[in-house]
Design a protein around this ligand. Structure first.
Ligand code: CTP
Length: 130
């Protein structure tokens, strides 16, 4: 059984999120998703997500192609999360191209193209302008 792992915030779920999860799932048999915690987002992006960690986990868990969800508390522990999940392939959007190559010694690393023209940040800005 081929196990796939991917990571993200998935705040204000949009079609770009769904598409990358569906494409990641098609690369194997079991999709594991690490949803970054509110604290990690504040540290990484300088803002708290609109939806709480618990809500984002519940939303991602409800997606048909997702088999398992866990909370990613620390960027430094990515290697540990990959190994604990027994992942064969790490999938990331190509906004991260090259940034996770260090994990090529423990699994395959693939960067998939993002859906163009949309992001959670874009939607937050659009809503704020209205
Ligand atoms: N993603 C994608 N296409 C988009 C937006 C996101 O394929 N248009 C992918 C990212 O590459 C990542 C996953 O979805 O693998 C989760 O991304 P996340 O950072 O949560 O979404 P963004 O919309 O990029 O959020 P933000 O604007 O806050 O950075």
């Amino acid at each position: 059984m081929k196990r796939i792992i991917t990571f993200g915030t998935y705040d204000l779920l949009h079609v770009g999120h769904i598409r990358i999860l569906e494409r990641a799932a098609k690369l194997g048999d079991y999709l594991i998703v690490g949803v970054s915690s509110d604290e990690l987002n504040i540290a990484k992006k300088g803002r708290a997500p609109v939806y709480s960690t618990a809500d984002r986990v519940e939303i991602i868990q409800s997606i048909r192609c997702v088999d398992k969800v866990f909370v990613e508390h620390s960027l430094e522990d990515k290697g540990k999360y990959i190994q604990e999940a027994g992942a064969d392939i790490l999938v990331m959007g190509d906004d991260w191209a090259g940034k996770f190559d260090e994990f090529k010694d423990i699994c395959e690393v693939m960067y998939l193209p993002r859906t163009e023209g949309i992001s959670t940040t874009h939607y937050i800005e659009t809503i704020s302008e209205r």
